[in-house]
Design a protein around this ligand. Structure first.
Ligand SMILES: O=P(O)(O)OC[C@@H](O)[C@@H](O)c1c[nH]c2ccccc12
Length: 267
């Protein structure tokens, strides 16, 4: 049976057939621009703080939960995230299943000073050039949908363009790939993208296979400060949180709560 991840990738592949590829001059400009930007802001945001560092996500919908973002505009949500101390913003730009669009990256860059992680289903180089053009500071690369050879090449290309590649893993074989590809930042997804099962135990289990110096992000299914505390004890300081913030009555209060702070008054 075809799982949802395969379905998403098949749809993406079809869409990419119509994508315009950048010209050589455009590419040269892009490399020049990006390499003059100095240290990568996303990498710094994760690397310097003991945490908890929260990467707060904007996602309009998801295949498992349907519609998610209804009560706020993208800008309002980002404003609240920044005010409450998010270290970065994640945007899910996939169109068909998550109702996103690539310009989300530019919009967030315009209304906030935080680094932006673009989450999409990257299977071709052209998507990496597009992320650079939009101004993404980091880009998700899902180990399961890429061969080792491609993953390696994509990690390198991201770095040449001053984009931090966040390599997402869900099991032991993904971890092997991520390590072989020398991924600087590894995201352990607590959600199995094929079955939608979620468990933060997945971070605890897989963390053990990663050398101490790797930067680890625990992704998905984080709903309470207890979850965060449990993971901090395992040496994980970075967290990617979407649904529990987007669905909260007051996303900024929820973020403060996840950081272990007290709630602020309602607006
Ligand atoms: O909404 P959650 O359960 O807090 O999860 C956020 C994020 O980890 C999730 O959206 C995600 C993880 N990997 C992805 C890959 C593509 C799209 C989305 C994702």
């Amino acid at each position: 049976m075809e799982d949802i991840l395969e379905k998403i990738v098949t749809t993406k592949r079809k869409k990419l057939l119509y994508q315009r590829h950048p010209s050589l001059t455009e590419l040269a400009d892009l490399f020049l621009n990006r390499t003059h930007q100095g240290e990568n802001k996303f990498y710094q945001a994760l690397n310097q703080n003991p945490g908890p560092n929260i990467i707060a996500e904007v996602k309009f919908a998801s295949p498992s939960k349907g519609k998610l973002l209804e009560r706020f505009t993208l800008r309002e949500l980002v404003y609240r995230y920044q005010k409450a101390g998010a270290c970065a913003i994640s945007v899910v730009t996939e169109e068909t299943f998550f109702r996103g669009y690539s310009e989300m990256v530019r919009e967030v860059k315009e209304c906030s000073t935080l680094p932006v992680l673009q989450k999409d289903f990257v299977i071709e180089e052209s998507q990496i050039y597009q992320a650079a053009k939009l101004g993404a500071d980091a880009l998700l690369l899902i180990a399961r949908i890429l061969s080792l050879q491609r993953l390696k090449k994509f990690v390198e290309l991201c770095q040449l363009l001053n984009i931090t590649p966040l390599v997402e893993v869900h099991d032991e074989s993904d971890i092997q790939k991520a390590l072989q590809a020398e991924a600087p930042v590894i995201g352990i997804n607590n959600r199995n993208l094929a079955t939608f099962e979620v468990s933060i135990q997945n971070t605890i289990r897989l963390r053990k296979y990663l050398p101490k110096e790797k930067i680890v992000v625990s992704e998905s299914g984080i709903v309470s400060f207890q979850d965060i505390e449990l993971l901090l004890k395992q040496g994980v300081h970075n967290f990617l949180v979407g649904e529990s913030l987007i669905k909260a009555e007051e996303p900024d209060n929820k973020l403060l709560e996840l950081k272990g702070g007290v709630k602020i008054g309602t607006h």
